[in-house]
Design a protein around this ligand. Structure first.
Ligand SMILES: [Zn+2]
Length: 204
């Protein structure tokens, strides 16, 4: 390993070039997220990027390689899109399956939520438990639409919650999270994702 990698251990998750992640070149290929209606039960949905090939490289790095540099690079930009919710709001995340979190050693949604909360100066708490069920990555779209995840809220319920996830496709995950939070007593649910697919594309 070169000394520079010890001193400046960051690499771009898109092209692996040493330095910030994303690097300037990869960042210039990213496209702003499409503006689409939030899923049912979600008051607002903020998304940073359009989920295309350039965004996929970064999101995949966060998901599978624990690319903390990418989280640190993307989370503040995403956090700026959250509406001003005042001080009572709490940040949480839509947890991945326990098997996946164990396998990877981390939950990428939790990493993102913690970085976003730090940037917003809001508390972060694990408010959702995922009910056992089939996971989503890599499954056929139609199959996935029929197997949306299901969550249960942990008390106490904050009045206002920001749910953070990496990608929104169908909105089924965020809708399920909002439904659980509302059932637990939360009255306002806002969502923030790194990337969102354009309407009518393959999904989760
Ligand atoms: Zn790059």
């Amino acid at each position: 390993m070169a000394v520079v990698d010890l001193l400046l251990p960051s690499r771009c998750a898109g092209c692996r070039a040493p330095g910030p992640s994303p690097c300037r070149g990869c960042a210039s290929r990213l496209t702003a997220a499409p503006v689409l209606a939030p899923p049912p039960g979600v008051d607002s949905l903020a998304a940073l990027l359009r989920y295309d090939d350039a965004a996929r490289a970064l999101v995949t790095a966060v998901k599978y390689r624990n690319a903390r540099a990418s989280v640190a690079g993307l989370a503040p930009a995403a956090a700026c899109l959250v509406p001003d919710l005042g001080h009572g709001a709490v940040v949480t995340w839509a947890p991945t399956t326990p098997e996946r979190a164990r396998h990877r050693g981390f939950d990428q949604a939790e990493l993102l939520a913690r970085a976003v909360a730090a940037h917003l100066g809001l508390p972060v708490a694990r408010l959702l438990e995922r009910r056992p069920g089939p996971h989503q990555t890599g499954r056929h779209a139609a199959e996935r639409l029929g197997s949306a995840p299901s969550f249960v809220a942990r008390p106490p319920a904050p009045a206002t919650v920001v749910v953070v996830d990496d990608v929104c496709t169908t909105g089924a995950t965020l809708g399920a999270a909002a439904s659980a939070l509302r059932a637990g007593g939360t009255s306002a649910v806002h969502a923030l994702v790194l990337a969102r697919t354009p309407a009518g594309r393959g999904r989760r």
